[in-house]
Design a protein around this ligand. Structure first.
Ligand SMILES: *Cc1c(COP(=O)(O)O)cnc(C)c1O
Length: 362
């Protein structure tokens, strides 16, 4: 039996069929239909936020919120993330400026942001990587001082709360991903949560070709509408999300039990004020008896698929490596060379977790 790094959460077949029955009756398949409307309201409630706009995927949501804010010049971000974060900046014709991460929770190093700010800087796009929360207080202080927008890549933080505040309430906007591999999925999908209500109309138009009315096209928009089948999947998955997260928590705690207090193994820790969604299980191997790559190979030989999230760094991608400068001896590089994320999904049997840990420890 093969164990993958993740497995998509799905409702049972009958529940989904029941949910899409209306769509077959109405023949309203996309363009902000009734399912889209219901999911929007339910997500506002679940995420405890006022403003949300749904998209066909998280990446286009990020591209379009950058466009909505009319950002220009340079945006400060980190290279320790998924390709999407940087691509969204570059595809808007903006230069990414790479800031290192901290070695505590692998989010942007807030002490290194200010030295990267120039006259051209228009925004900061930090990443809540693995569901770990950035130092938002410090980031937003800096942003205020220099008049910059803050857009969080919150792709990993569906349902996370900070001191009981939904994480989508911070900064000017946050992007959530509802991709099949994420904690909550709409097959493919995503959303922007945002502070300023005026952005709502702009996002609405941008995801529909910039069309404002039957005879008015206001923006050079894209096509990034969430369709009714996606929204129906979201409505079903949202019914079970608390149970999903609770089962993920059991898996994470089982890993922690097995791997804690071992020399050379650094586990991810969750501060008290954070209500986690247990999105990923990253482990950093530093001076352990085997290297990250050796452990990855050994697990693979046993049919267990881990992932080197995030290796290589974005600044080492073929499409970027000769274009942008980034410190050679960074924390990001150090972590990227040593981190491995282990299989984690709600239906992963705890005995399999023990088996995985046995291989690592042996
Ligand atoms: C998944 C992900 C995205 C992109 O989201 P999609 O919904 O797959 O387009 C962006 N950033 C990060 C950090 C991600 O993990």
């Amino acid at each position: 039996m093969k164990i993958n790094v993740t497995q998509s959460s799905m409702p049972n077949f009958e529940e989904y069929i029941e949910e899409i029955r209306d769509i077959f009756n109405s023949k309203w398949l996309t363009n902000m239909g009734p399912k889209h409307k219901i999911l929007t309201e339910k997500l506002k409630e679940y995420l405890s936020i006022e403003n949300i706009s749904l998209f066909s995927n998280g990446h286009l949501a990020l591209e379009l919120v950058i466009q909505a804010f009319e950002l220009k010049g340079e945006i400060i971000t980190t290279p320790f993330t998924f390709a999407s974060t940087t691509h969204a900046i570059v595809r808007n014709g903006i230069t990414p400026v790479f800031c290192d991460i901290n070695d505590k929770n692998y989010t942007i190093d807030v002490n290194k942001i200010e030295s990267l700010i120039t006259e051209k800087t228009s925004a900061i796009i930090p990443v809540h990587v693995y569901g770990n929360i950035c130092d938002m207080k410090k980031i937003e202080e800096i942003a205020k001082k220099y008049n910059l927008k803050v857009i969080y890549d919150a792709a990993h933080t569906f349902g996370v709360r900070v001191n009981d505040i939904g994480v989508g309430n911070f900064g000017d906007a946050s992007m959530f991903s509802f991709h099949a591999t994420k904690v909550f999925n709409t097959i493919e999908g995503g959303a922007i949560t945002f502070k300023n209500k005026e952005i709502e109309r702009i996002l609405y138009n941008l995801k529909n070709f910039g069309i404002k009315g039957p005879e008015i096209v206001e923006y050079v928009g894209s096509n990034a509408k969430m369709n009714e089948f996606q929204a129906a999947m979201g409505i079903c998955n949202l019914r079970h999300i608390d149970e999903e997260i609770s089962k993920r928590k059991d898996v994470v705690e089982r890993y922690n039990q097995n791997l804690k207090n071992i020399n050379g193994i650094k586990l991810n820790s969750i501060p008290e004020e954070i209500k986690s969604n247990y999105a990923y299980y990253p482990v950093v191997f530093d001076n352990y008896k085997k290297t990250r790559d050796e452990i990855d190979e050994q697990l693979k030989a046993n049919g267990i698929i881990s992932r080197k999230y995030f290796y290589p760094l974005i600044t080492d991608f073929d499409c970027y490596k000769d274009k942008y400068v980034f410190e050679k001896k960074s924390v990001a590089k150090n972590i990227s060379d040593r981190v491995l994320t282990f299989p984690l999904y709600s239906d992963l049997p705890l005995l399999e977790v023990d088996k995985i840990c046995d291989i690592i420890l042996k």
